[in-house]
Design a protein around this ligand. Structure first.
Ligand SMILES: [Ca+2]
Length: 187
């Protein structure tokens, strides 16, 4: 019985083991994110890449099982800024209805971005690739977007109109949800 471990040591060892496994599981999703696991302040990344970025616009850490939207953004590449906004039904697409705003350096897609939501419920995400990094969605002469944009549920918007809540909303359960947004090049 030389190798016997006292009961209290066993339980501590098990707790440590469990903690390590949980941490490994969490980082499994986050590891594929270009920046979610990177603790470098967003403002410092901005300086490095010549982009105007602020720490308060950072994305959230990806945590499986947490009430958050775990986004995969497609058709994006390493230039400029990726901007995403989270809305609820109230004042959808209006600045007063904006629940969160994320501005992160754009990277070669698919990009993983996580956004915490206030609680389980219905939400919508709208976003665009601010290629020139001027923090605005560039528009054409006819007010159509000039930079790639995307919406949750990826509805096709052919005419010149704002997206509707009904076509972009999705449900976030208590343990979060994975969604994909395909940025589309404007015609
Ligand atoms: Ca722009």
């Amino acid at each position: 019985m030389i190798n016997a471990i006292p009961p209290h040591r066993v339980s501590r060892k098990l707790i440590r083991l469990a903690a390590t496994s949980i941490a490994a599981g969490v980082s499994l999703f986050a590891a594929s994110s270009a920046f979610a696991e990177d603790d470098t302040p967003l403002s410092a990344v901005g300086v490095e890449r010549g982009l105007e970025l602020y720490d308060y616009d950072a994305a959230d850490r990806c945590i499986l099982g947490y009430h958050q939207v775990r986004l995969t953004v497609n058709n994006v590449y390493r230039e400029g800024i990726l901007k995403l906004e989270l809305f609820g039904e109230n004042d959808f697409m209006k600045s007063s209805g904006k629940l969160r705003r994320i501005r992160v350096p754009a990277d070669d897609g698919p990009m993983k971005v996580c956004i915490h939501v206030p609680g389980p419920g219905e939400y919508a995400v709208v976003g665009y690739h601010d290629i020139d990094g001027d923090r605005r969605l560039d528009k054409k002469w006819n007010f159509k977007p000039k930079e790639p944009f995307g919406l949750s549920n990826n509805p096709v918007i052919e005419s010149l109109r704002l997206p509707r809540w009904e076509e972009t909303r999705f449900t976030v359960p208590h343990d979060g949800v994975e969604i994909e947004i395909n940025l589309v090049d404007p015609d």
